[in-house]
Design a protein around this ligand. Structure first.
Ligand code: ADP
Length: 290
């Protein structure tokens, strides 16, 4: 059995008196590629922050290769949400990626080494942005911006990569390029990708977890309507086109799951990359579902 990269037991995180996560148990094996879906406010970002040690753990534990998150920072690359970034900050793409080489806070008279700069150029080439190195980040497209964040997350050659909505604000071509890159990176690193957008889960993920305050499913990357409806708290249509990629199937007894969910929904074939989901009833409507 492969080594565990991440072990989370009975995790609870509160903001003030309000629980963001309760009773979350999750194990991620080394080399795994886990997709986590769930509605906005479902605690996905909070879970990533708990893995990074950026939010206090009220109950339970998080272990990264057996260590606490605070001792594991160097092992983890993190792509934060696009929305959380100041896109008008006067800085070039190269400089942003270069900051990923920092191991500690900046000190007076600090200088990056020539190796830091060489690695930064290599990373920009790897994500296809070498030609834009000196461009201001305000002038980048959504796809270029996300690739820049990905390059920055790779700057210290992490063993684990966490991505928060990495294809938000990204066109379909850039999304596919990002997914191809992640599949390539997954040969060397464990990946967790979270998103509220069912379209934004790469078909390459090995396993899927569904999070809405607590984990409501964790297992094979095949989900049925009941799970999705339960997760989003409202009906979500799953519409398929073309060659089936994922198969919605009846729950089998040995599948892991958490919470009171019926798995006896309709069995349908869906093509993952062209999955369209929406429900106007609860305001959950995907821009790409048009
Ligand atoms: P998601 O990433 O699934 O959209 P989040 O982890 O961002 O969910 O948020 C989970 C819940 O915690 C939400 O109700 C959100 O409003 C709340 N929350 C997140 N960050 C904070 C914060 N810094 N202070 C207070 N509440 C927060």
């Amino acid at each position: 059995m492969s080594k565990l990269a991440i072990e989370i037991h009975n995790l609870a995180v509160y903001y003030g008196q309000t629980p963001a996560l309760t009773n979350v148990c999750l194990e991620v094996a080394e080399g795994d590629y886990l997709g986590i879906i769930g509605p906005n406010g479902g605690g996905k970002s909070t879970l990533l922050k708990a893995i990074l040690g950026l939010v206090p753990v009220a109950e339970g534990s998080v272990r990264i290769y057996g260590q606490s998150p605070s001792h594991s920072r160097a092992l983890i690359g993190y792509v934060p949400q696009f929305a959380a970034m100041d896109k008008n900050f006067p800085i070039t793409l190269f400089e942003v990626v270069l900051t990923g080489r920092l191991r500690k806070r900046l000190t007076p008279f600090f200088r990056y080494s020539s190796q830091d700069k060489d690695i930064t150029y290599e990373l920009l080439a790897r994500v296809g942005l070498a030609d834009l190195a000196n461009r201001q980040i305000a002038e980048l497209s959504g796809g270029e911006f996300q690739k820049m964040l990905l390059a920055r997350a790779l700057a210290l050659n992490p063993k684990i990569l966490l991505l928060d909505e990495p294809t938000a604000n990204v066109d379909a071509v850039s999304r596919d390029q990002i997914f191809s890159l992640l599949a390539e990176l997954n040969k060397d690193m464990t990946i967790i990708l979270v998103t509220h957008d069912l379209l934004a889960i790469s078909s390459e993920v090995h396993r899927l977890a569904c999070l809405n305050g607590k984990l409501v499913y964790h297992g094979e990357p095949e989900i049925n309507e009941d799970i999705v409806n339960s997760l989003y708290g409202c009906p979500v249509d799953l519409i398929a086109h073309g060659v089936p990629h994922r198969v919605l199937r009846e729950h089998k007894e040995h599948d892991q799951h958490f919470g009171p969910i019926s798995y006896q929904g309709n069995i349908e074939h869906i093509k993952h990359n062209e999955l369209q989901s929406y429900s106007s009833e609860c305001g959950y409507r995907e821009e790409k579902a048009e």
